[in-house]
Design a protein around this ligand. Structure first.
Ligand SMILES: NC(=O)c1ccc[n+]([C@@H]2O[C@H](COP(=O)([O-])OP(=O)(O)OC[C@H]3O[C@@H](n4cnc5c(N)ncnc54)[C@H](O)[C@@H]3O)[C@@H](O)[C@H]2O)c1
Length: 274
């Protein structure tokens, strides 16, 4: 992939799945990488692979919910590489549970990582991206940022919020005349560890949910997802739908408006045990 040579790219949640694939594809395309994760083992594997490719890499343990640490990290990355061109706010977690039986802390935790993590990363790096003269913010939402699903209210809330935040940012950068492009990413089911790393409300079996996700919903490889995302970044797309399922579901929502809720509750709604 051309267009990434000489760029400095930051990827959060780079120890697994989409983040790991993004980092490796960026490294292969000539970018220097600042990778981070809370999973230091997974992160070390990504670092090894980047070193084997010959990509310059800085690897750090970073929890995206820790705002002060994120701000210091952004300065450290700039100091290390001399500039920062792109941030992929990718780190995320999943949680399944109806609102009635979910604890406040479960909903807050998902918002903290999946929404506030994205806000922290965007705000921490924005001054450096503007200063680079050629910046790009890539925020990972989900198809669940396009429509809601029973049992996914916490995740839906965070991913809708990422979409709203990122779409406003793109317009603001344009109006301010800043040299920063902005892309929102909406993956469908990607074959990663997300469901195996997920938690669930009391009474639900996370293992059973993970099996359901792995067997019925995950269809696109993280490598393919990374290539689709990077192609959209090169083309400065406002929105990228990742995978055939994402494209079909997007059309369904556009065609039916709020009527999609009837379709979703009688298909996906019944799939999830409750
Ligand atoms: N897999 C899918 O089907 C799918 C679909 C839509 C959106 N997404 C989104 O894609 C992104 C990547 O997910 P994935 O599927 O690769 O999952 P994954 O579980 O394989 O990878 C997510 C990574 O984020 C890290 N992480 C979790 N909490 C963190 C924190 N507080 N600080 C820093 N790192 C943290 C994890 O340790 C993990 O390495 C997420 O934002 C997810 O919501 C995934």
């Amino acid at each position: 992939m051309r267009g990434f040579a000489g760029k400095v790219a930051v990827v959060t949640g780079a120890g697994s799945g989409i983040g790991q694939a993004l980092a490796i594809e960026l490294g292969r395309s000539g970018a220097s990488l600042a990778i981070s994760d809370v999973d230091t083992e997974g992160l070390a594997q990504t670092e090894e692979q980047l070193k084997a490719i010959g990509a310059p890499v800085k690897a750090d343990r970073l929890d995206v919910t820790e705002r002060e640490a994120f701000l210091l990290y952004a300065d450290a990355v700039k100091e290390h590489f001399g500039k920062v061109n792109q941030i992929y706010n990718n780190a995320g977690i999943a949680f399944t549970g109806d609102i009635e039986v979910s604890q406040f802390k479960d909903i807050e935790r998902v918002m903290d990582v999946d929404f506030w993590g994205v806000v922290n990363g965007t705000k921490a790096f924005l001054p450096h991206l503007i200063a680079s003269g050629d910046g790009h913010v890539v925020n990972v939402s989900s198809v669940f940022g396009l429509f809601s699903v029973p049992g996914q209210a916490a995740y839906n809330s965070a991913k809708f919020a990422v979409r709203g935040f990122t779409e406003a940012l793109r317009q603001e950068m344009h109006l301010a005349g800043h040299p920063v492009k902005v892309t929102t990413v909406h993956p469908g089911g990607i074959k990663t560890a997300i469901a195996r790393n997920a938690t669930a409300a009391e009474g639900l079996d996370p293992e059973q949910l993970a099996k359901l996700f792995d067997k019925k919903l995950a269809m696109t490889s993280p490598q393919k997802a990374a290539r689709i995302i990077l192609d959209a970044v090169q083309k400065n797309r406002a929105r990228v739908l990742v995978g055939p399922d994402a494209k079909i579901l997007d059309i369904m929502v556009r065609l039916t408006g709020s009527g999609y809720q009837r379709i979703v509750r009688s298909s996906m709604g019944k799939m999830i045990p409750r």
